[in-house]
Design a protein around this ligand. Structure first.
Ligand code: PDD
Length: 294
């Protein structure tokens, strides 16, 4: 089946979508994006993703905003047109093309808006079942990581380096020794006392929608989550660790820089967190993720 995408108001076969090489997204990475998870053909937390998209655009002084109702509608249509029961919708907005290379951004940009949907397992994946191996790498990104910019070269290089070192993913470490976040996820540890810790929101990290949803889901159960910095060393010595993102939901981490955490299997707190999150998005957990119960 041909994959249906959407470009600047038009549904189109994905491989036929074309944009100008003068697009500011291409020349300057002058654009932002969102990835919204789909489960049971339902968009998970789409409103929060669109809130964050609008915030990113405002922070970059785009001036022009895409039509939110239209974006919501296209999300739903792409899910249905592509038969995505589980996967994600990708949305990218750039400041458009002007036939010239000018560092100075236009006042009233003609936005380039591109969206596509993809089928992909989110819950029953090898990493969600068995955990992932992480390496820590220097965080060489710019200072506005709260903006979901398409300038992802540092993240792409980190993930490529992680793979070259035989790991599944990278966590990034600021010059002060504290972990910022994963290359495309938020980073969490569980101490030997069972405290669940993640870094507080600031310009140093992306305010993850999955992270936010976990605060809601676990808060409702009366489970406390602590927001504070932790070092790579503390992570390597933690009892458990996990990453959160729309593309991996809650992914256990079982090894950091070659150091196995506890017995090298996803721990009980991580399983509890996975179960709480899967339940919150409407998954029938014993059926979809029997391994969360150990
Ligand atoms: N990335 N931090 C970074 C640097 C990210 O790129 C992401 C998500 C997150 C988690 O955010 P959320 O829970 O809203 O997905 C944190 C997406 C999935 C990506 O780049 O593919």
């Amino acid at each position: 089946m041909t994959r249906q995408a959407w470009l600047n108001g038009v549904y189109i076969a994905a491989e036929e979508a074309r944009i100008s090489p003068f697009d500011r997204g291409f020349l300057f990475a002058d654009g932002v994006y969102e990835v919204t998870a789909v489960y049971n053909s339902q968009l998970i937390d789409m409103e929060r993703h669109l809130d964050r998209l609008e915030r990113s655009l405002r922070e970059l002084k785009f001036g022009t905003m895409p039509d939110r109702k239209e974006l919501e509608d296209v999300h739903r249509k792409l899910v249905s047109a592509n038969g995505v029961d589980e996967g994600y919708v990708y949305l990218q907005v750039t400041r458009g093309a002007y036939g010239a290379r000018d560092f100075v951004a236009p006042d009233n940009p003609r936005l380039t808006i591109f969206m596509f949907a993809e089928k992909r397992a989110l819950i029953d994946t090898p990493s969600a079942r068995n955990g992932s191996r992480i390496v820590t790498l220097p965080d060489i990104r710019w200072a506005r990581r709260d903006i979901k910019s398409v300038g992802l070269l540092a993240q792409a290089l980190a993930k490529t380096e992680a793979k070259a070192r035989g790991a599944d993913d990278a966590w990034l470490v600021a010059p002060d020794g504290f972990v910022t976040e994963g290359a495309s996820s938020n980073a969490w540890i569980v101490t030997k006392d069972g405290e669940i810790i993640t870094r507080a929101i600031s310009n140093m990290i992306l305010a993850g929608v999955t992270r936010h949803a976990l605060f809601d889901a676990l808060g409702q159960k009366g489970i406390k989550l602590t927001e504070r910095n932790f070092t790579a060393d503390e992570a390597r010595n933690a009892a458990e660790a996990f990453s959160t993102a729309a593309t991996g939901l809650v992914t256990p981490v079982v090894e950091i820089d070659g150091v196995q955490l506890s017995d090298g299997k996803p721990g009980p707190t991580t399983r509890m967190v996975q179960k709480a999150y899967y339940t919150a998005i409407g998954a029938d957990v014993p059926k979809t993720a029997p391994w969360v119960n150990g």
